[in-house]
Write a protein that binds this ligand. Sequence first.
Ligand code: FAD
Length: 392
Amino acid sequence: MSFALTDSAREWQARVRRFVDEDLIPWEVEAELNGGAIPKEASRSHEQAAIAMGLSRMDAPARHGGLALPILDQAAIAEQIGRVTNALGWCYPEAQSWMFEACNDDQVARYILPMMRGEKHFCYAITEADAGSDVNDIKATAVPDGDDYLIDAEKWHVTSANVADTIVLQARVKGGEADGAHALFFVDKRAPGIELVRTPAYTHTFDHHHPIYRFHGVRVPARDLIGRPGDGMAFTYAWFRRERLMIAARCCGAAGRLIEEATAFAKTRVISGQPIARYQLIQAMLADSVTELHAARLMTYEAAAAHDRGDDVKSLHARCSVAKLYASEMAWRVADRAVQIFGGRGYMRENVAERFLRELRVDRIWEGTSEVQRLIIANGLLKRGLAGTIGA
Ligand SMILES: Cc1cc2nc3c(=O)[nH]c(=O)nc-3n(C[C@H](O)[C@H](O)[C@H](O)COP(=O)(O)OP(=O)(O)OC[C@H]3O[C@@H](n4cnc5c(N)ncnc54)[C@H](O)[C@@H]3O)c2cc1C
């Protein structure tokens, strides 16, 4: 498919595909059978290779040494990263453009640039036991105390907290001039008062865990407040847009890999004297998968191109939801069909379809569930009409 893929996007696509195929995919089964872990030297070498390629600074502005790639190029990269299972593609930190807008020079120097170089690793603590789909419900508080804030919170599903040194935490300011406003903070994971409650097991087998943390009066200097109190939600929305679009791209990559693997298998698996690829019921599953992937890619690339054109932010917000909703649901259906085509082999943990079936399920939940994406799309439609939602 060639929709709007520029030469530069194609070059990135080819480069990252090589990295994924040659360096990451060969570790999938070992990771799966070892709780997600691969040898430390291998993960270090993956991180170094990804950083050397520029992946940690693809969205960073040029004035800070970033590549400031068009979003379309970044979507093409994310699509390739989506082709590998076991979160092996999460091998590099990402300095995202909103961080440079949200953070002051001191924070960019102390947090964002070291992260871009692979010297710091972040995790994000927003969700709570009673606040997931509606972030407004968070109970975490940040009480101004002289030059500091005192944070009390319990945060759930804190992805990558086991490999992070810095927690980006969202809380509501309590007291003072900004009482009630949402705010984001950098919190040092070693700060006194942070308690690891537990590390639950999840459906997928990732080396990045999703623990629950409690924060008991954790003292955070005011210099680690990101932006001003009240800015917290605005940055969260910018970050959701990006994450949703990149999830859509990764889902397209996963579906593409599944279709290729299932097709290769169907051509060689002989039943009753014929490769199953000759049977039309198998062909129908492949054809539906190709058709749905094609639609999801078009949506994802178009939403990425709309960012590069500078379309209205509200319409971008809706289009990221459209892409995430459709691509994540599509990838799940494709994985289910792939398992079916592989038959009993598709139920073995060494099989790519089995792993993707478990891994892709969460793409319909995190960064806003499919229901929440539908609400965002419907809200856009009711307020701004069809053209204001997906463009004329
Ligand atoms: C593996 C994993 C990793 C995660 N990583 C992170 C992380 O790093 N940081 C972080 O902060 N969070 C993280 N999350 C949290 C994730 O973003 C939330 O799980 C998600 O937003 C859904 O929130 P919830 O789990 O509280 O579900 P709930 O909000 O309790 O939703 C329950 C159900 O109600 C539905 N629902 C909610 N509102 C409506 C409505 N208005 N109309 C109709 N249906 C509705 C939902 O769609 C869902 O089906 C992670 C979650 C998982 C599973």
